[in-house]
Design a protein around this ligand. Structure first.
Ligand code: SF4
Length: 335
């Protein structure tokens, strides 16, 4: 049997599983071992995905399962992404229940996140169909490793994605992730073309993917393929899993990356995992006024008008959805 969900396209013999460990050939039928198996659920700020230009200030109902199509040795969620389905205690949740909980907690969207959503695609599709019927949005936080045929099948059900671009060399993807950069880029471009709201994240790991040339190449691709208005998040690495021995990313590296991205023409470039840094804010690309002031995942100040325009110069800011005033979650903001 050949699984065609992700570009790896595993050929799976009877009694065996694919690379992600979640699909098994049982007597000539391919089974998902994680359909409806939820490893975690939470109510998160949408900014935590991170999505800064999609339904800002809203809450999202997050769910995850187990397994991954990559093997990144720095994974923050390795306890769910790098285990076999039978080795983690999940909770069975029917799609109806997920939608009900999202509504109960006032979340206008459901995020499939924490582990790789693409390998959970049949379930994601069923949740998404019900969610759409109830007016809820669907968000994927993904490594972007999806085959173009699988993407074609589900694209109409997906509203927003954050794609983690791990690095900008094939060698890095092959060596560390056991994946391919070209397929991730191709799928991300296709998502954008299909009208899905796209934001990209690049986790900068000291000594591995932090060279100026590589960051500049990533920014050039982002500009040419996703456009200057697509947000790019540079995220700070913290030691974890098999890379617990490494130092966190120096703040200067993140700031330099942001400078490169701005030089390359990107208009909305953020740094993540660095609460209190001025690069968490959205600035007007024309007059440079601070339009959205953030602290971590919280919006501290909202200065756009109803049409998402800068109040000083009228420049329209590309934001999908409306501003949701959360309030009460984070009363004390320290600058
Ligand atoms: S989802 Fe990808 S890794 Fe998993 S079995 Fe299918 S092709 Fe293989």
């Amino acid at each position: 049997m050949r699984c065609t969900i992700c570009p790896r396209k595993c050929v799976i013999k009877p009694g065996e599983r694919g690379f992600c460990g979640t699909r098994e050939n049982r007597d000539g039928t391919l089974y998902s071992l994680i359909y409806g198996e939820v490893s975690a659920s939470a109510i998160d700020p949408i900014e935590k995905k991170p999505l800064f230009h999609f339904e800002p200030g809203s809450l999202t109902f997050s769910i995850s399962s187990v397994g991954c199509s990559f093997k990144c040795p720095w994974c923050q969620n390795y306890h769910i992404s790098q285990v076999r389905p039978e080795d983690y205690r999940t909770v069975r949740m029917e799609p109806e229940e997920v939608v009900k909980l999202a509504e109960k907690y006032g979340c206008p969207s459901i995020s499939i996140t924490y582990n790789e959503p693409i390998i959970w695609l049949e379930y994601v599709e069923d949740v998404a169909k019900l969610a759409k019927a109830r007016g809820l949005k669907i968000v994927l936080v993904t490594n972007g490793y999806i085959s173009l045929e699988a993407l074609d099948a589900v694209a109409g059900l997906i509203d927003a994605v954050n794609v983690d671009i791990k690095a900008f060399t094939e060698e890095f993807y092959r060596h560390y992730c056991k994946g391919t950069l070209k397929d991730v880029l191709q799928a991300t471009e296709a998502m954008k073309e299909k009208g899905i709201h796209v934001e990209a994240t690049n986790l900068i790991i000291p000594g591995l993917n932090d060279s100026e040339d590589e960051i500049r190449a990533l920014c050039k691709w982002h500009y040419e393929s996703l456009g200057p208005d697509t947000p790019l998040h540079f995220s700070r690495f913290f030691p974890c899993y098999k890379m617990a021995y490494k130092e966190p990313t120096p703040i200067s590296t993140l700031e330099k990356a942001r400078k490169i991205a701005v030089e390359e023409g990107l208009r909305y470039v953020y740094v993540g995992n660095l609460p209190g840094n001025p690069a968490e804010h959205t600035y007007c690309p024309s007059c440079h006024k601070v339009l959205i002031k953030r602290y971590g995942f919280e919006i501290a100040e909202w200065n756009l008008d109803e049409q998402m325009r800068c109040p000083e110069c009228g420049t329209k800011i590309p934001i999908k959805g409306r501003f949701h005033r959360r309030g009460g979650w984070f009363p004390l903001l320290i600058y």
